[in-house]
Design a protein around this ligand. Structure first.
Ligand code: C2O
Ligand code: CU
Length: 481
């Protein structure tokens, strides 16, 4: 039965938020730098409308290719009321504009770098030739241009693009260089899922504002990134019709983990993960997204009377009262709805017989030293070193362990969408039954995944997608030959 939820004002937010993650907070922060707690939220929660991220128009659609142009530049924008915030952006937009692509139709993007720093554009989750992967050392100098070509031969997926320039990516992404790249195909489009205005990207990230100047404060492992931004707006509301929506949640945070749930603990239906639709829809009370992960859910707001306001909460690792509310859905009208969620969304091929196995250990300094470093197999990232040699066509099992007692990590591979075989020795849940490119590794966890290298050869990185960690060294190179 639908329940009318009481609207919680900012002053009541502490009482209104369940603190599932709060006992973990001291350890989560033990390895990072510390700053004083933020007493007042810099904005009244739910006062701003959630922006819809504009879709970028191609400059040409000739020759079966969609060609786009983007300029990376610094702009000032108002994010907090009455203050200007300097951002590093794609096309002056925050977040960057959405690119909509179609399987079999290449996309070309000409990027011009008008920032004062090097940049490199990586489409996260995409299978692309090495020179178009936005590798950490393969950067665009300030003032220079570069053309990236994306073949889009892979299946549909909610991908995203972001900066990847070695040692500045964590700051560049934090300062605004992230956007969505939605790849569709006939298989996905044939399904009766919510479409058009009812298919909405919701990119979530955190930020630390200097509440006097409005500036974004960047420090590695900063615990004071406690203002959550949704499509660029702080803890906004989103007016929805009483019908089904496909919400494409994406975690664009440098290193915050989100566990998203509706405040009435009612079900959402997860239909997709990083690499596109799940085999079957999965009704769940929460969706866990570590940095870089995506999950599409369908929520049927027709179960709520018009006038209902439902807060989307965060109970992920390290969540506190300040970061426990993400946004609010305000059901403000009725609408027709001919969408539905089929029982079978997709058939994934059986995993091929693995041809190799390897194990990796993620670990970072967590003894409180001022300048922690982060390692894969006890080594810092060295762009001149190949860490894993892979035969083209191989299908490999990788067992990845987080050896830290306190620090969470996750694990992202370029080039491939992999399958999760085991989580801590058991079969993964239905939310991990699809294709993945980034996987959660809470302290002490082990995940076994299988990746098949049957597309491009060359050198690609894999890393923890807590970008402060990869910038501290938790990244390595695989070479497919
Ligand atoms: Cu989101 Cu190396 O990537
Ligand atoms: Cu990490």
């Amino acid at each position: 039965m639908a329940t009318r939820r009481r609207v919680l004002g900012a002053g009541l937010s502490v009482a209104g938020v369940g603190l599932t993650g709060v006992s973990l907070l001291p350890v989560f922060h033990a390895y990072g730098s510390t700053t004083g707690p933020v007493a007042e939220p810099p904005v009244q929660p739910f006062s701003e409308p959630m922006p819809l991220v504009p879709v970028l128009a191609p400059v040409s659609t000739a020759h079966g290719t969609d060609t786009y142009e983007m300029t990376m530049r610094t702009v000032s924008r108002s994010i907090l009321p009455g203050l200007q915030t300097e951002l590093r952006t794609y096309n002056g937009q925050f977040p960057g504009p959405t690119i909509k692509a179609r399987r079999g139709r290449p996309v070309v993007v000409r990027h011009r770098n008008e920032l004062p720093v090097a940049a490199s554009v990586h489409v996260h989750g995409a299978s692309v030739p090495q020179r178009h992967d936005g590798a950490p050392m393969d950067t665009i100098a300030p003032g220079a241009e570069r053309v990236y070509r994306y073949p889009n031969k892979q299946a549909h997926a909610s991908l995203w693009y972001h900066d990847h320039a070695h040692h500045v990516e964590s700051e560049n992404v934090y300062r605004g260089m992230h956007g969505s790249y939605l790849l569709t195909d006939d298989e996905e489009e044939a399904l009766p899922l919510p479409k058009g205005d009812f298919d909405v990207v919701i990119g979530i990230r955190d930020a630390h504002f200097d509440t006097t100047t409005g500036a974004l404060v960047y420090r590695m492992s900063d615990r004071a990134r406690t203002t959550l931004l949704v499509n660029g707006a702080p803890v906004p509301h989103f007016k929805v019709a009483a019908r089904s929506y496909r919400l494409r949640f994406a975690n664009h945070s440098n290193q915050r983990f989100f566990e998203l749930r509706l405040e009435d603990d009612s079900d959402m239906v997860q239909i997709a993960s990083d690499g596109g639709l799940l085999p079957r829809p999965h009704a769940t009370k929460s969706v866990y997204l570590t940095s870089g992960e995506r999950a599409d859910v369908v929520i049927d707001f027709s179960r709520y009377p018009v006038g209902t306001k439902i807060v989307l909460r965060n109970t992920g690792f390290g969540a506190t009262a300040e970061t426990g509310q993400v946004m609010r859905f305000d059901v403000d009208r009725t609408a027709e709805d001919d969408s539905s969620v089929p029982d079978v969304l997709r058939t994934l091929p059986r995993l091929p017989k693995p041809t190799a196995q390897r194990s990796l250990v993620l670990r970072m300094d967590e003894d409180g030293r001022p300048d922690p470093q982060a390692y894969i197999d006890d080594k810092l990232y060295d762009p001149g070193r190949v860490d894993a040699r892979i035969r083209a066509g191989a299908s490999e099992i990788w067992t990845v362990t987080n050896a830290n007692a306190k620090a969470p990590h996750n694990f992202h591979m370029h080039l491939v969408q992999f399958r999760v075989r085991e989580r801590n020795g058991a079969a993964p849940g239905p939310e991990e039954a699809g294709l993945k490119d980034t996987v959660r590794l809470l302290p002490g966890e082990t995940v076994t995944l299988q990746a098949t290298f049957d597309t491009y050869r060359g050198e690609y990185v894999y890393h923890c997608h807590m970008l402060d960690h990869s910038a501290m060294g938790m990244m390595a190179t695989m070479k497919i030959t």
